[in-house]
Design a protein around this ligand. Structure first.
Ligand code: FAD
Length: 413
């Protein structure tokens, strides 16, 4: 049995940033990672991946001066190099490829049972990310075996595809990017089934959309805002990135369909409510816009009244075909990519800190149980806000700093 003051679960950017703050406070700790350190960035992004957040929005305390303060976007290899450099810089004590069977309360604090031994810690930081268990809907099990299926976290490049056209399911950023890439590189027919998930704004008032989502979630610290300016559009890296949206899919000839609801034999069934979904999404986005404007007013933010605006890129509904069924054979569909997101699994945390949906019950980002903290889980830091959209690389620093501050406050009590 080994003892640590703190065990951090998860060796991603958040876990490493927590380690940075613990080190600054001379707190002995261990990171336990189920895969490799930086697992998601090493193994779960496609080859042509570029961040959706510009360089200035990556916040890594202690090493920020090495990240360019500009509006360009890093590729998968570039951001991985930055994180690997950060890992070397922080140099935390970690154990990789370690599965945690159970975390439970014990007399001295928490007992962490793993396949590589047992540990006791006074404090536990859960930094397992918002996106740790790929989610695939049950419909997938009804599809014929000759249709090749994969989750977006396993997608690397078009060479993985089997012959035939492709259905991408999911309208988040990943679904849109993969659909566009497949359309451009393979020329195959690509169908994008857009569900209830609303694509979030990529840019509003010349400022990156993720920045706004973080602000609405209560994350405020970090670097001074950098808005996009006209010269940015001469830069293909920036222009291409800002064009990754549903409108662009439509212009490139990606066939946009409603939510996939079922499969019967060789027939895929889609909801007839595509137009309604788009209207609902537009309404939702309008609400987000109102909240951003309220936020700007309340916080008296100095923001340029830029015209670069995701809201100018709405889908042309008149060009959408009403397709409610696709015959896999007739449409020559050989592949389905499930870009249907991730579910969190905390079944290994044996503590009464979860609600009926299995989500941690938290107050101010901290859990209601003593000395167990959740970092970067998209939990609203502002308790007055009902929903949280945020986190990501912009908010990691603030989230980790708050987590370690709570830990220090609890230690003093
Ligand atoms: C496809 C995709 C694209 C993204 N693009 C962006 C972007 O452009 N900009 C941006 O700001 N954010 C982006 N994000 C969000 C991004 O993942 C986070 O910003 C960042 O990686 C969060 O760091 P993290 O350490 O909190 O989580 P992660 O990077 O997910 O790291 C969590 C770590 O915990 C480990 N882990 C999970 N469960 C356990 C367990 N039970 N035991 C031990 N270890 C465990 C995982 O293996 C992983 O290494 C993207 C996410 C996805 C999925």
């Amino acid at each position: 049995m080994r003892y640590f003051n703190t065990i951090i679960v998860g060796g991603g950017p958040s876990g490493i940033t927590c380690s940075y703050y613990l080190k600054m406070n001379n707190i002995e700790h261990l990171i336990i990672e189920k895969g490799e350190m930086l697992q998601t960035w090493k193994h779960e992004r496609w080859d042509s991946f570029y961040l959706v957040t510009p360089n200035w929005m990556t916040n890594l305390p202690g090493l920020d001066h090495e990240i360019p303060y500009n509006n360009e976007y890093m590729s998968k290899d570039e951001i991985l190099r930055v994180f690997e450099r950060y890992l070397d810089f922080v140099c935390p004590n970690y154990m990789e490829n370690t599965t945690i069977g159970r975390i439970s309360k014990c007399e001295e604090g928490y007992l962490v049972e793993t396949d590589r031994g047992e540990f006791i810690a006074e404090h536990i930081i859960i930094a397992t990310g918002m996106y740790n268990n790929p989610f695939v809907p049950e419909i997938s099990q009804k599809l014929p075996v000759n249709v090749f299926q994969m989750h977006s976290s396993d997608y690397r490049n078009p060479e993985q595809l089997k012959p035939g056209n492709v259905v991408v399911v999911g309208s988040g950023w990943s679904g849109v990017q993969i659909a566009l890439e497949l359309r451009k590189l393979t020329g195959r027919d690509i169908y994008l089934s857009i569900g209830s998930m609303t694509p979030l704004p990529t840019v509003y008032r010349n400022i990156n959309g993720v920045y706004w989502l973080n602000r609405l979630s209560g994350y405020k610290k970090g670097k001074a805002i950098l808005s996009y300016h006209l010269d940015d559009f001469k830069n293909a890296n920036i222009a291409n990135k800002l064009n990754q949206n549903l409108k662009q899919c439509q212009m490139e000839g990606v066939q946009i369909l409603g939510r996939m609801t079922d499969a019967e034999g060789d027939i895929l069934i889609f909801s007839d409510s595509l137009h309604k979904s788009i209207e609902d999404a537009d309404d939702y986005l309008d609400q987000v816009k109102i909240r951003i404007e309220e936020h700007i007013a309340i916080e008296k933010m100095q923001v340029p009244s830029g015209t670069l605006d995701h809201y100018n890129n709405r889908l042309d509904k008149d060009l959408l075909r009403r397709i409610t069924e696709l015959d896999l054979n007739r449409s020559k569909i050989g592949n389905i990519i499930w870009s249907t997101g991730f579910k969190r699994d905390y079944s290994w945390i044996d503590l009464p800190i979860f609600n009926e949906k299995g989500l941690p019950v938290v107050e101010d980002g901290d859990s209601i149980s003593e000395n167990i903290y959740f970092c970067s889980l998209g939990l609203s830091v502002d308790t007055k806000l009902k929903s949280a959209f945020g986190v990501g690389l912009f908010a990691i620093n603030e989230s980790a700093e708050r987590t370690v501050q709570m830990l220090l406050d609890n230690t003093k009590k």
